[in-house]
Design a protein. Structure first.
Length: 414
RNA sequence: CGGGAACUGGCUCAAUUGGCUAGAGCACUCGGUUUGGGACCGAGAGGUUCCGGGUUCGAGUCCCGGGUUCCCGACCA
């Protein structure tokens, strides 16, 4: 992509009000644009990152047998009345049509996925089963805050599993937990496994929390085995469920995932039953498992940045390479840069090409630092004189001259 | 939902006690210069000062009501 034509622009000044690191950097670097409190547009840069995050999650969900579906954001009021959550869920967005019909905007999808299973799950032979979606969710938060960290409209991956027995549910719960750990590692934000409150329909749940100084949650981490406990259920006498120790450290963290055993809570409301081997009708056991990709984008920025800007992990960076041509209208430089750009594209390398002839070198470097693409390739009359380009790593700051005929090898394995 | 702060071109900010045609930097357009760490000169375009009332000869500024945003807290399937 040529930067001169890109629908995105950096700003020299940070947004006035937004203090949180992720909001400031993502807006200043041109990844997102805030429309309302907790509601964002994703510009090309931000949308690329979000899609990278979601694709990693998608790959891992497929790997554990999840079948991808898409359920509606707009949902029937009756389904929410059936579970009592039309009245009890305080963050539920309710909308009224011009014909006075009422609907819910989905904050989560148990009310849709459970009745969806009726007629499609009827025998023990149909189970176990897992379906998931990646979709925009709505929650009427009393206070949206901290950029992408708590939005009123946000992205969520929600997986739902269906089982015949508690043992099988527990088995799959573990499979998902391991998958989640893998996902957060791939995203560059290793997460703690945290015992947490089960809310209104499970005895307990597990959260995935990323340790970060600006985290909104407080968790206690076992110094021996690293199993953590959310402050909301932590007590001084608490011994570690895993290793039995009582040695904890306190830390701040941001929740990026949450998994629950719903058991029969929803299947009973919607009469989701199956016929067992002996011919009897039994309620289907369910689990639900959430990850918030948009919040993850915020957490990644909170975790990976410096004074100059964002430092994207390779796995989610909007581009693999930031190609920068210096020298204004120098024909030799732009010719070489164009050639390298085409070669990189032909090799399937995702490259953002700063082809702006009017911008100064300093401006291009500052923009590049802000945007945070991991690999910078600089081409100028200086490097051309050496028959080379300069390669600079955004994270380490290490630079090296690489001969023009070798630069492709650096990225061709991408 | 309680408390605090803020709201003026796309962005960041000025504007004396209530007083002239609401200014500047960034960004943008045109011309020129410049090109290895946010360059410079000249010209230009861009405004419902959040909205609605009120006071006044006169309101960005004062008063009343509303809205929005941010921060703290509460909340957080």
């Amino acid at each position: 992509m040529k930067q001169s034509q890109y629908f995105s622009r950096t700003s020299k000044t940070a947004p006035k009000d937004d203090v949180s690191v992720n909001a400031r950097l993502l807006e200043q670097a041109g990844f997102v644009h805030k429309e309302m409190a907790g509601v964002y547009s994703y510009l090309p840069l931000g949308w690329r990152v979000l899609q990278k995050i979601e694709n990693i999650i998608r790959e891992e969900m497929n790997a554990i047998g999840g079948q991808e579906i898409l359920m509606p954001a707009m949902q029937p009021k009756e389904n929410w009345q059936a579970t009592g959550r039309w009245d009890s869920l305080d963050v539920l967005f309710k909308i009224k049509s011009q014909h006075d019909n009422e609907y819910a905007l989905g904050p989560t999808h148990e009310e849709i996925v459970t009745p969806l299973g009726v007629g499609r799950i009827s025998s023990y032979r149909d189970l176990p089963l897992a379906v998931y979606q990646i979709q925009t969710k709505f929650r009427d938060e009393a206070r949206a805050k901290s950029g992408l960290m708590r939005g009123r409209e946000f992205r969520m991956k929600d997986l739902y599993s269906f089982h015949t027995t508690e043992e099988d549910l527990a088995r799959y719960y573990k499979v998902v937990a391991e998958s989640y750990t893998k996902i957060f590692n791939r995203l560059g934000i290793p997460a703690l496994y945290v015992e947490a409150d089960g809310g209104t329909f499970a005895k307990y749940s597990h959260e995935f929390q990323v340790e970060t100084p600006n985290g909104e949650d407080v968790v206690y981490v076992c110094n021996k085995c690293q199993l953590a406990v959310n402050k909301e259920i932590f007590s001084d006498e608490k011994t570690c469920t895993d290793c039995g120790e009582k040695d904890y450290r306190e830390t701040k963290a941001s929740e990026v995932g949450n998994i629950f055993e719903l058991k029969t809570k929803f299947s009973e409301s919607f009469k989701l039953t199956y016929t067992d081997e002996d011919g009897s009708q039994k309620p289907v056991l369910m689990g639900c498992y959430g990850i918030g990709p948009s919040r993850i984008m915020g957490v990644i920025v909170e975790e990976h940045h410096d004074e100059a800007g964002i430092i994207w992990p390779e796995s989610v960076s909007p581009f693999a390479v930031h190609l920068i041509a210096l020298g204004g209208k120098d024909a030799e430089v732009s010719e070489q840069a164009e050639k390298l750009y085409s070669n990189l594209l032909a090799a399937g390398v995702e490259v953002l090409y700063d082809d702006r002839t009017e911008a100064s070198a300093g401006q291009k470097f500052a923009d590049s630092d802000l945007i945070g693409i991991p690999n910078r390739v600089i081409i100028s009359s200086k490097t051309i004189a050496e028959n080379s380009v300069e390669l600079k790593n955004r994270a380490s700051g290490d630079t090296s001259l690489v001969p023009l005929n070798q630069i492709m090898e650096k990225f061709s394995n991408a």
